[in-house]
Unconditional design. Structure first.
Length: 566
């Protein structure tokens, strides 16, 4: 038999409600009470629309699928919170194979947290790092953008810097890099960033900067300006013009500046100058043979070889090759084909153009003068040759006047031959000092103008000095032939005598043989006939000119004479 106790309210001895029913609502306990379900006990068949925190609305809902909703009465997941969550930590103990749609944070694998928007994963955090756009992080931060672009650039990351004030030139954005020192402490290593070089309300230009740190202090080392000019160890120096796209070094700070190109030992290093047509000019260092060369218009134009020899338009020191070779030994070769080899031009004043030295002492010079050019040496008293219009003058080493003070040759160092087309002034400069002719040679003396005489000997030589002729003759007959007349003559003279009818010379006959006895006094030159000398007699009644009747088939004469030419 069952018993039924019907009550609306159950109270404790103090009069506090334990269970109260009012309408369809049953309230257990009162404000401040604690309701305990003992261990091992169960509550079955319990259903609830939720937990009312203040008897005005449902705060927590547990639906029939055991999904809990906070701030919602229709939970879609095991825990569905409609509102903000505040807590010290979030623990996701199990992997989530298929996360729900929408915006989620889930655990796709061990030690991995994934972030999704619009049902697609956007970011993942793993032991390696944070990956955005990819599910595999290869670095602490791994960014990946997947797009359909094939010939354009897209932004993968963007960093912004805004100010609450008014931005001006010098405003910028940096990424700073720190590293751990040997003692475990952090220290600055460098920065990369952009700085505004011009900043107005309508325009901003910027430069890319790279800082490195020395002893933890960062300083700018390189800058790429808005124009594309690159400065290395030079941030803002001026006065270098606007044509240089690369500036290395700074005149206001200490230390040298330089650019180093490094290549393998058997390869080449190049520094080129290009245009729209290619690279017409370049510097090339050949590490295999250790020489530096310059290419101009595609061909080698200049070279410095491993010995320090310098070549222009040639690559060897062969003196027959067209070009210039300045050798490390100090020698220089200059060779041209069909044109002058060297040009030396002194402007404004006269003076030395080329100077020659021995052990750094001047031993010779080539100088310009107001009237020509001088070649000379300053050694001892100095001497030279001054080349002017129509004359070569003795001079000082620089072309100064040196009248009657220089010798041509010496007693132990003589010139061999002297070829003159005019005369030589000897001992003075007047007409009387002029030697205008000298000649020596041989001639064939004859006894008159005969045609049939036969000679066994015709020997003669002469010396002509100016207008004076010295002759020697030796003539012998083997047949007198047609020699006849009142006068016996020495004919066929090397030069005609002076005309005018006056006597113009004389001489001696020191050996002779005649057909009959006669005394030969000598020979004289004069009268109207200027091409012969007259043989003279004296004593024994034959004074005067030798008649040809004294000449026999075996006659001979030998003598010498001097006469004046025309």
């Amino acid at each position: 038999m069952s018993s039924i106790l019907k009550v609306d309210t159950i109270q404790d001895q103090a009069g506090n409600n334990i269970i109260n029913e009012s309408g369809n609502v049953i309230t257990i306990g009162a404000s401040g009470d604690t309701i305990t379900v003992p261990a091992g006990a169960t509550v079955s068949g319990f259903t609830s629309a939720g937990i009312d925190d203040n008897a005005t609305s449902v705060a927590v809902t547990i639906d029939s699928s055991e999904r809990v909703g906070i701030g919602t009465t229709s939970p879609s997941q095991l825990l569905h919170v409609n509102g903000h969550i505040v807590g010290n930590s979030l623990n996701i103990p199990s992997n989530t194979g298929s996360p729900p749609s929408g915006v989620t944070i889930h655990k796709p694998a061990n030690n991995t947290m994934a972030f999704r928007t619009n049902s697609s994963e956007r970011m993942r955090l793993t032991d390696t790092g944070l990956s955005i756009g990819t599910t595999e992080a290869s670095a602490p931060i791994d960014l990946k953008l997947s797009s359909s672009n094939t010939n354009s650039v897209s932004n993968v990351m963007q960093i912004r810097h805004n100010t609450s004030g008014t931005a001006a030139a010098g405003f910028g954005t940096n990424i700073a890099f720190n590293g751990e020192r040997a003692d475990g402490n952090d220290q600055a290593m460098g920065k990369i960033g952009f700085v505004a070089t011009n900043n107005t309300s309508t325009d901003m230009s910027s430069a890319f900067t790279i800082d490195t740190a020395n002893a933890g202090v960062s300083a700018e080392r390189m800058r790429v300006e808005p124009s594309g000019r690159v400065r290395i160890a030079n941030t803002s120096s001026t006065g270098h013009g606007n044509i240089y796209n690369l500036i290395v070094g700074n005149e206001s700070s200490g230390g040298d500046a330089g650019v180093l190109l490094v290549s393998p030992n058997n390869e080449n290093a190049y520094y080129g100058f290009g245009d729209s047509g290619g690279v017409p000019c370049s510097l090339n260092y050949n590490h295999g043979s250790n020489f530096l060369r310059t290419y101009v218009n595609g061909s080698e134009a200049m070279r410095i070889d491993s010995s320090g020899n310098f070549f222009v338009a040639t690559t060897t020191e062969a003196s027959d090759d067209v070009g210039h070779a300045l050798l490390a030994s100090g020698a220089a070769y200059h060779t041209a084909d069909g044109t002058y080899v060297g040009l030396f031009n002194r402007k404004s004043s006269d003076g030395e153009i080329v100077q020659f030295r021995k052990d750094n002492t001047v031993i010779g010079r080539i100088s310009s003068t107001s009237t020509g050019i001088a070649l000379g040496t300053p050694i001892s008293n100095g001497s030279g040759l001054h080349l002017i219009t129509d004359a070569i003058l003795p001079s000082t080493s620089t072309g100064g006047t040196a009248d009657n003070g220089k010798d041509l040759g010496s007693s132990s160092s003589r010139f061999k031959d002297l070829y003159l087309g005019g005369g030589a002034f000897i001992g003075g400069t007047g007409a009387a000092n002029k030697l205008d002719d000298y000649e020596e040679g041989t001639w064939s003396p004859k006894l008159g103008n005969e045609t049939t005489a036969v000679y066994s000997n015709q020997t003669g030589w002469y010396r002509k000095i100016g207008e004076t002729v010295f002759i020697y003759f030796s003539v012998s007959l083997s047949s007198k032939g047609d020699i006849s007349g009142a006068y016996t003559k020495i004919a066929n003279l090397p030069f005609n005598g002076a005309s005018g009818g006056d006597r113009f010379g004389s001489g001696q006959i020191h050996a002779y043989r005649l057909g009959s006895s006669a005394h030969i006094q000598g020979i004289e030159f004069g009268g109207a006939t200027v091409s012969v000398g007259w043989i003279m007699t004296g004593g024994g009644g034959t004074t005067g000119y030798l008649n040809t009747s004294f000449v026999a088939d075996n006659t001979y004469f030998e003598g010498f004479a001097m006469y004046k030419t025309a």
